[in-house]
Design a protein around this ligand. Structure first.
Ligand SMILES: *[C@@H]1O[C@H](CO)[C@@H](O)[C@H](O)[C@H]1NC(C)=O
Ligand SMILES: *[C@@H]1O[C@H](CO)[C@@H](O)[C@H](O)[C@H]1NC(C)=O
Ligand SMILES: *[C@@H]1O[C@H](CO)[C@@H](O)[C@H](O)[C@H]1NC(C)=O
Ligand SMILES: *[C@@H]1O[C@H](CO)[C@@H](O)[C@H](O)[C@H]1NC(C)=O
Length: 400
């Protein structure tokens, strides 16, 4: 009897929840509901299950970034991964619409169904907590909709230096619980310039965009936890992402509330959270996987990279670099020499290299879907991984 009642209520509630869920899967971004998703056919999903690891990307963009975003997406695209694109509220309606059109009219994206656009864009303030909120929002959406092993946060001015086959191959034998969060507990000047000031981000409550504003009074440094700072570019494990989002432990929530009034919270939230959490601090790898060069002190603004940075960029063995101006010449060199990507086509990979196109370029799914063809990029990345995971670096540079 009890079982029957249980099954009945279970059926009713599943029906109810599926009714709630279906509309969110099918709506388009212009309807300003959740996000736009296309379902892939069964055959494709079967081949995709043979890949050893999956990545979920958030690629964020702002007003005027549309072309950079498209190029970054094509160069990062792989049918095995998931891509969530966020174009913030400051972009015009035309930009939002052409992004949606770009995604929904590409035959590969629609066939595989793994590129989505955030349909209800957030207002994002530079250096404000709304930046962090956008990242957490994306993580929540990706946790809810698909299976993946690592979450990677990028912007439209980032660019890959390895193919996705290289990345998947190099990550395939790593423990899935590693989190790549560059961090340091020695805050230096940031202790008083970041830890004490109180800011308010109008993006949280105002329809019109404006800068963060500073409260005259300052606060004391925290004593309930230790502050860490580092790079805003992280690669997070599925498990840690769930820890951040689900909120079964109170630390992620408490720190989020604390960081609401902290300037440049994206450079501190994940660092402070992971290093103060007993369960996760041993999974921290102190590297952000980006090649970035900074302005002369105070090192607050990354320089734009050009051809003269190419050699050092490759020698860094990093899988990503930033930042680049739109269509900078060095990107063509990266496409040609590192990604084997032809103009307007996808980055080289087993999934597309045998497609029936006469010119042999990567523009659609081939019969080899599910096969990896890693190249020199994978070897470079493995050199970097071996170095940062070595006895000398891994534990010794963890949460110090
Ligand atoms: C799926 O694969 C089967 C055989 O493997 C084939 O007959 C069928 O046409 C494929 N369906 C699609 C949608 O590609
Ligand atoms: C927001 O900006 C628009 C256009 O600049 C202006 O017309 C409107 O009054 C502003 N709204 C508020 C609440 O300041
Ligand atoms: C995530 O990516 C965006 C790029 O648009 C960046 O500005 C932000 O600081 C990143 N990090 C976090 C933790 O949100
Ligand atoms: C983390 O590492 C430290 C030192 O190696 C160890 O004492 C501790 O038990 C580890 N914590 C977890 C949760 O594994």
């Amino acid at each position: 009897m009890g079982i029957k009642v249980f099954i009945f209520t279970f059926m009713i509630s599943s029906l109810f929840f599926s009714l709630l869920f279906i509309p969110t899967l099918l709506t388009r971004p212009t309807n300003s509901t959740k996000f736009y998703q296309i379902k892939s056919t069964n055959n494709i999903s079967q081949s995709l299950n043979t890949y050893p690891v999956k990545f979920a990307y958030l690629i964020s963009a702002s007003k005027g970034d549309l072309n950079k975003l498209k190029r970054a997406l094509i160069s990062l695209y792989h049918p095995n991964n998931y891509y969530l694109l966020h174009m913030d509220q400051s972009a015009s309606k035309t930009e939002h619409q052409s992004l949606a059109k770009f995604v929904s009219s590409d035959p590969v994206f629609t066939q595989v169904g793994n590129v989505w656009v955030v349909g209800k864009p957030n207002s994002v303030t530079y250096r404000g907590p709304t930046m962090l909120a956008t990242t957490l929002h994306a993580m929540a959406m990706l946790i809810r909709s698909c299976d993946w092993d690592w979450f990677i946060n990028l912007s439209a001015s980032d660019y890959p230096l390895v193919t996705q086959d290289d990345l998947i191959h190099a990550f395939s034998d790593l423990p899935r619980d590693l989190n790549f969060v560059q961090h340091s507990g020695h805050l230096g000047w940031k202790l008083s310039k970041r830890g004490k000031p109180i800011i308010v981000d109008p993006g949280l409550y105002s329809v019109n965009k404006s800068e963060i504003w500073w409260v005259i009074k300052q606060r004391a440094l925290p004593t309930a936890f230790k502050l860490y700072t580092g790079s805003a570019w992280t690669i997070l494990s599925r498990s840690f992402a769930e820890y951040c989002i689900w909120g079964y432990d109170n630390l992620p929530r408490t720190l989020l509330l604390y960081y609401t009034n902290f300037v440049s919270s994206p450079e501190g939230y994940f660092q402070t959270l992971i290093c103060n959490s007993e369960g996760y601090k041993n999974t921290t790898v102190n590297h952000d996987f980006h090649y970035i060069t900074w302005d002369v002190p105070p090192k607050q603004h990354p320089r734009s990279l050009g051809l003269r940075d190419y050699r050092r960029m490759v020698l860094s063995n990093a899988p990503f670099a930033r930042k680049f101006k739109q269509n900078d010449l060095v990107l063509a060199k990266v496409d040609h020499e590192l990604l084997r990507r032809r103009k307007g086509k996808f980055t080289y990979g087993g999934w597309c290299s045998k497609s029936k196109d006469k010119d042999g370029t990567c523009s659609r799914l081939s019969d080899d879907l599910g096969v990896l063809k890693p190249g020199p990029g994978s070897r470079r990345l493995k050199v970097l991984l071996t170095k940062i995971l070595s006895e000398r670096n891994f534990r010794r540079r963890q949460c110090r």
